[in-house]
Design a protein around this ligand. Structure first.
Ligand code: PHE
Length: 359
């Protein structure tokens, strides 16, 4: 019997030392030490042996069992360590790689994106960007811009008036970015090339008017700045926004602070300025006109310069005999509506993600 025990032990030891996984070891443990295995079976039979034999066989079997258990345990620990090592090596992380970008990332509102795009175009043409106050004095919003005392835009139905400190100047929410023309000239001597983006306010509310909207003012003052320079500048702008084939057209208009004043149209990018589409249908975008109205502009009225006091900051100042300039004001909402085919101005301000996510 003892011989058989040793035989079993040697065989099991060989198998255990060759086992190469935790599962294989567990399987060996069951095979050699499990309830139905031969060695434990023999241990159970020891009690029935003759007294002489009992001690020797019992000892040998117990020793064999213990040796195998210890060996399995040691091998399990060793293999677990090796398996852990291997799995760590497999999922190795390179901590010097850049982090994973977030899955959902916000985006710029279409109006912000459009404003920045337009700013970039004018920066490229040599303009600098300025900003100014949204609560403005009547002086800058109307008086200095040559509006007669009875000009209808001053009416309370057309302008939000703001109560200021008692005895102070009359205040409004600026109705356009043009008041910054005078502020910019007060702050800097000519030559001056600036664009002024910002919010403006008017008491209107329907599909094409919201009480608050955005404009970008442009002002260029230098020697001999003519309407041709204005047209060239706006042609560059129109092509950058609506495509290289675009053309611009100036139509006579009136603004109190420009002379002459014009409304500027861009040839329709939907029908290529034809007014009708390939199937003969009338172009819905320009309504068959072939032109889209995009902004108001003109040569700065000399009267405006007379409202710009000469100070240390802007010396030698703005002498209408020596300098000329042009200005324009465009609506950011309108440009983005045309460019993206947005049908209703109010969509910009409703914060509906189904709308916002399209840009
Ligand atoms: N301020 C005018 C408006 O809001 C636009 C404009 C700006 C016209 C500059 C001429 C020159 O309608």
């Amino acid at each position: 019997m003892i011989e058989r025990i040793e035989q079993l032990r040697t065989q099991a030891e060989g198998e255990i030392s060759r086992a190469d996984s935790s599962e294989a070891l567990e399987e060996l443990r069951v095979r050699h030490l499990g309830r139905r295995a031969e060695l434990p079976q023999m241990l159970r039979e020891v009690a029935g042996l003759a007294v002489k034999e009992r001690a020797a066989v019992g000892q040998a079997a117990n020793a064999a069992r213990q040796a195998l258990e210890t060996m399995i345990q040691a091998r399990v620990a060793q293999l677990a360590g090796e398996e852990l090592e291997a799995s760590l090596r497999a999922d190795r992380v390179d901590v010097t790689l850049p982090g994973a970008p977030p899955q959902t990332i916000g985006r710029l509102h279409v109006l912000t994106a459009t404003r920045r795009e337009l700013e970039d175009i004018f920066l490229g043409l040599g303009f600098t960007v300025m900003e100014g106050p949204e609560v403005e004095t009547v002086h800058y919003n109307f008086d200095a811009l040559n509006h007669s005392p009875t000009h209808p835009a001053r009416a309370r139905t057309d302008t939000f008036y703001v109560e200021g400190p008692p005895g102070g100047s009359d205040l409004v929410l600026r109705t356009h970015t043009s008041p910054m023309q005078v502020r910019a000239m007060e702050a800097h001597p000519p030559p001056l090339y600036v664009v002024i983006p910002g919010r403006v306010y008017r008491p209107d509310s329907d599909a094409t008017h919201t009480p608050q909207f955005h404009q970008i003012e442009g002002l260029a003052v230098d020697e001999d700045i003519t309407l041709a320079d204005l047209k060239g500048t706006l042609l560059e702008f129109a092509r950058a926004v609506f495509g290289d084939e675009r053309d611009v057209r100036l139509r006579p208009h009136f603004f109190p602070f420009t002379e002459p004043s014009v409304e500027v149209d861009v040839s329709c990018f939907h029908c290529d300025g034809k007014g009708f589409l390939r199937d003969g249908a009338r172009c819905y975008l320009c309504k068959g006109e072939g032109w889209l109205e995009v902004l108001g502009a003109g040569e700065v009225d000399p009267n405006v310069y007379s409202h710009v006091p000469t100070t240390e900051r802007n010396a030698p100042g703005y002498d209408p005999e020596k300098i000329q300039g042009f200005a324009w004001g465009l609506g950011v909402e309108r440009i983005a509506m045309l460019k993206h085919g947005i049908p209703d101005l109010r969509l910009y301000y409703e914060n509906d993600l189904r709308f916002l996510e399209q840009f």
